[in-house]
Design a protein around this ligand. Structure first.
Ligand code: ZN
Length: 301
């Protein structure tokens, strides 16, 4: 079923696998039906009403397992609702401890309340948002006989990135390690590591990949991963050249006007993205982590 980018909606991506696509490129929230109840992957309290309706529409069973791919607010902020339904909440240990730190800070809790004033009163015990389980490396779950793989990828988009693979359904949930057709801020990204991570992801056989933002890529998982890798390689190469030519951080977004992926959605986020990639590249260059020949290779054709 087609989902409107502005309105958001529910996409049916595989047998028993749905994605609530957030309005205007807000985060994707996975809903996976199993014989032992529903699995939720990521949640954003801002879109509480939309995700709740989507969950009710596809199943009358409670969420039994909630998985957080990372600790940005748009990926874990309905954990308390799922916990009250009896769900076990899982993330990487890095992500679990980062959520624990955030939920110990009044400013962060206040920020979550402001994301959706209509349900702010529900956030009474911030500890309820902290995942029960933090996994160090990987876990294989068996739910209703089905193998489900959770892989902690390291620090690419964010420290503690986790991806969730359903090999028997051919669906990979990539979290914000992958964006499809939309820009993101990349404010905590390690770009080199993110590119290496996408190479690893491209090696996981899957038909369909669900990015953290942008429409689910049905039947073209590998291509979507390769495209985002190209986005980052091209962006890193262009920014490396601009820094070498003395362009300042304040000018970098303007200098990239019309670049290869300029047409992607959420263009309002691109100036922030360009600044963060600039900072990431600049410190590597300052500490000579790249030499000239690497820059040429990395920049690609
Ligand atoms: Zn996100």
């Amino acid at each position: 079923m087609a989902v409107d980018f502005v309105e958001g909606g529910v996409a049916d991506v595989a047998d028993g696998v749905f994605v609530y696509v957030g309005p205007e490129g807000d985060s994707n929230n996975g809903i996976v039906l199993t014989g032992e109840g529903t699995i939720s992957i990521d949640s954003f309290v801002k879109n509480y009403a939309g995700l709740t309706q989507a969950l009710e529409r596809v199943s009358d069973r409670p969420v039994r397992l909630a998985i957080n791919t990372h600790d940005d607010a748009d990926h874990f902020s309905m954990n308390h609702f799922f916990r009250r339904q009896g769900a076990m909440i899982i993330a990487s240990e890095v992500c679990r401890s980062r959520i624990e730190t955030k939920m110990g800070l009044a400013s962060w809790v206040e920020d979550l309340r402001k994301r959706n004033p209509a349900v702010a009163h529900e956030l009474t015990a911030p500890g309820e948002l902290v995942p029960h389980v933090g996994l160090e490396d990987r876990a294989t779950l068996r739910i209703a006989g089905e193998r489900i793989e959770l892989l902690h990828m390291g620090h690419g988009h964010c420290p503690g990135d986790l991806v969730v693979n359903f090999p028997e359904r051919g669906v990979l949930f990539a979290g914000d390690v992958l964006f499809a057709g939309v820009h993101g801020r990349l404010k905590t990204a390690d770009v080199d590591s993110l590119i290496a991570m996408l190479e690893r992801l491209a090696g996981i056989p899957c038909k369909t990949v669900v990015p953290g933002h942008g429409l689910p890529m049905k039947g073209v998982g590998r291509e979507a991963i390769e495209t985002y890798k190209d986005y980052l390689v091209v962006l890193r190469g262009r920014i490396t050249e601009l820094i070498s030519n003395g362009v300042t951080e304040d000018r970098v977004a303007a200098e990239l006007e019309g670049w290869k992926y300029a047409e992607w959605g959420r263009e309002q986020l691109f100036p922030v993205c360009a600044r963060h990639v600039y900072k990431d590249v600049a410190w590597r260059m300052r500490f000579s982590l790249y030499n000239e020949s690497q820059i040429m290779t990395r920049a690609g054709p």
